[in-house]
Design a protein around this ligand. Sequence first.
Ligand code: SF4
Length: 292
Amino acid sequence: MLQQTQVKTVIPYFKIFLNNFPTLESLSISNERRVLKLWEGLGYYRRARNLLATSKILINKHNSKLPKNLSDIKKLPGIGNYTGNALLAFIHNHPTIAIDGNVKRVFSRILNKNENKIDFNNLIEINKKNLFKAKRNSDFAEALMEFGALVCKPKEPECPNCSIKNICKYFKSDKKFKQTKTLKIKVKNYNIFCYIDKMKKKIALTKKHSLGFLDKFYLPPIKESLSNKKIKNWNFHSNFKNSISNKKLNINLYYKFTLKIPSQHQWFSLKKNSEFIPTFTKKIFKKILKIN
Ligand code: SF4
């Protein structure tokens, strides 16, 4: 849940999730619809699917235990180097570090060197003896992340209060390295088309749409737009911006009142449906159903 999501957003979801699935086994015997319903609003739904799939694999193939080596952990759905190393450190206390943006920044400041010029794996390998001396590898991996988030922050690091300022080349140097600017996410333009059953306050949704990162979820028909031309035979409703997962969308919303909908579309109302509906779709529902 914490991948790409702030702690304060995650806490209520986490509590409800654990109340529903207090054990690995209870999660593993659940189904996607129930898991997604509990995840509703948290975004990045692939995480929920991966978590469910992982619980089944751990129960069925690994005797309900997390494997103890990185290559086996990485075979679990959605787990790469970063999460794999975090799990090895947190769960098995292995001498390893999850190298995220915070950790990279801390090391690059200590060395006063641009991140691009550091081979982090090699750096950790050659400093292994010193880094993992205390054998509290789990605490160390977590502390490093927290240190980057709370002390050695991206902007205005807390150098005067920092407990390692005496070994920090960035702090001591008059010639501080320049941090690489993070790339801005490009905004893409989309047109969304809402077929509305005015009497029943329903709109047509489909899983056959072009937003690959929301595949398998119900959305109104949506198409990437390459020009600003108004669309024939559709009423323009509004323009709005939306961020979903790590994508930024500039949306022109169109509608028409009709009882005919294309194939592979179904009518949905906001309240009466048992299907999982992403928050993005619910927002559109609320906008569009205000039309008189
Ligand atoms: S002294 Fe400043 S730059 Fe160096 S590690 Fe501490 S907070 Fe980061």
